[in-house]
Design a protein around this ligand. Structure first.
Ligand SMILES: Cc1ncc(COP(=O)(O)O)c(C=O)c1O
Length: 476
């Protein structure tokens, strides 16, 4: 890169998401990406990196997909924009119909937004409106989960439960309640997953009784808690939550921003994997295979019918300049065609077993506490011992940075989140590339362990102390 701006350093003008103000102006070790091809991206010096997180859980089909580029280009020439407030465009109509054909039950009404956060916001604002229309002004409490991630707008950040990610930024706290994360590994005091699941369901029901079901506007949950550490809940947990919530007549919102559009080999997992029919499903990311921002939700027809009133007094006064943008919808339709034509979701179902099995072998490295995942999403959680939480957090950050640095040098982009390496490659990954990914991760983790030993941060315990179950106890 030769432009004047690059000569000044990439960190001169950009304010990055999740910025650390102490680092403003300093070119720390962020990688500048300039192109992508297949499941690989290339940095400004031409180094090739396997894209471990698929952008951010979104580049389902990898990079350089000319079919999507052509559809976008053609749409830009044909109709680059249409106002969502005054008219409709043919692409959003087509896309809404296709989505409705894949959603469970009567979730046939599709509202488009610009991304996942705006979709979560828009859905919650619909629920607020519903309570007002039904003359239940106190029915505004929201149930969410610790370690759940729902976005970065004021409202979606407020219902996000990632404790270790909390900053000094304000969030709404009134009427927002978090129940425990369904992570068995983090709760070693339970003898079995079944017992843990019973506890979680009891906790949910107790919270409903405490607040009064009539005051609870909705329960929102990711089927698999993605950014919170790829937490795969105990078997039947999602079903039992849904059953409990519905028993009390509470609205169930499934946040499928990550699980939708193929990450587990399904359009949506709510019904096909978990056997539930939510009232609202949120989607984003994979819908355009990451090519253009687009999000939205599908809502039950019955839910909306309950809101119609004879006097036509209430408007859903909510929408965005780029809701249902024809170019974004064209990218989604072109991605959709490839998902079908190339049987991408069947491929995901097939390769997931191999992917998970190979990653699981990393548990042999003493630094690794647990490898967990499902479909093409996984997390490697490292486990460093420490007597207090602040010290452990500092060490966990150091470990994450080391793994990240070593893997990048070896040709793999990981997504470190403190002590978690989150891996969710493009859905089109093949076995040889899984091998490449796992062997780099293995080397990166081993080099990190060697560094930690050298720095005195890691003390080797007897081998039995480094098993996943012993690490579970460590993390309690
Ligand atoms: C489950 C979930 N919901 C919502 C969001 C927010 O989406 P966006 O970043 O597109 O606003 C994310 C983003 O990672 C997510 O993982």
């Amino acid at each position: 890169m030769t432009s004047e701006y690059f000569r000044h350093g990439y960190n001169k003008y950009l304010l990055h998401p999740w910025a650390n103000f102490n680092e403003l102006g300093a070119d720390e070790n962020k990688t500048v990406i300039t192109r992508g091809e297949g499941i690989y991206i290339y940095d400004a010096d031409g180094n090739r990196l396997l894209d471990g997180p698929a952008g951010m859980w979104c580049m389902q089909l990898g990079y350089g997909r000319s079919e999507i580029a052509e559809a976008v280009s053609q749409q830009m020439t044909q109709l680059a924009y249409s106002s969502p407030f005054n008219v409709v465009n043919d692409k959003e109509v087509e896309l809404a119909g296709r989505i409705a054909s894949k959603t469970p039950g009567d979730l046939n009404r599709i509202f488009f937004t610009t991304c996942g956060s705006t979709a979560v916001d828009a859905a919650l604002r619909l629920c607020h409106l519903a309570s007002n229309i039904k003359d239940q002004p106190n029915c505004k409490h929201i149930l969410s989960r610790e370690s759940g991630y729902h976005g970065s707008s004021f409202l979606s950040a407020s219902i996000t439960g990632k404790e270790r990610d909390k900053s000094a930024m304000d969030v709404l706290t009134d009427k927002i309640h978090f129940i425990s994360e369904p992570c068995f590994y983090h709760h070693p005091n339970f003898a079995s997953e079944e017992e843990f699941c019973d506890f979680l369901i009891d906790e949910l029901e107790d919270k409903i009784k405490e607040l009064g079901a009539e005051n609870i506007m909705c329960f929102i949950a990711e089927p698999i808690l993605a950014s919170g550490g790829v937490i795969v809940p105990p078997e039947n947990y999602n079903y039992r939550c849904w059953e409990t919530v519905k028993k009390y007549g509470i609205t169930y919102i499934a946040d499928e921003v990550v699980t939708g559009f193929g990450r587990l080999g399904h359009w949506f997992v709510s019904e096909e994997v978990m056997g539930i029919v939510p009232d609202i499903i949120i989607f984003a990311k994979g819908i355009t295979a990451g090519h253009i921002p687009l999000g939205g939700y599908a809502v039950s027809e019955r839910y909306l019918q309950e809101l119609s009133d004879d006097k036509n007094e209430f408007l859903y006064a909510n929408g965005f300049t780029w809701s249902g943008n024809p170019v974004a919808c064209a990218a989604a339709l072109a991605s959709w065609d490839i998902f079908e034509k190339e049987n991408v979701f069947d491929h995901v179902k097939e390769i997931s077993t191999y992917f998970q099995q190979q990653l699981k072998t990393l548990e042999q490295i003493p630094l690794v506490g647990e490898v967990r995942g499902v479909g093409l999403m996984a997390a490697i959680e490292t486990s460093v011992q420490s007597s207090n939480e602040n010290d452990r957090l500092e060490k966990d950050y150091a470990v994450g940075e080391l793994v990240d640095r070593h893997c990048q040098r070896l040709g793999l982009l990981v997504r470190p989140f403190i002590n978690l390496c989150i891996i969710s490659p493009p859905l089109v990954i093949v076995e040889a590339q899984v091998d490449e990914l796992v062997s780099i991760l293995k080397k990166g983790l081993e080099l990190t362990l060697a560094d930690l030993r050298e720095q005195g941060i890691w003390q080797d315990a007897s081998s039995s102390q480094n098993t996943p179950s012993a690490n579970r106890a460590l993390n309690s």
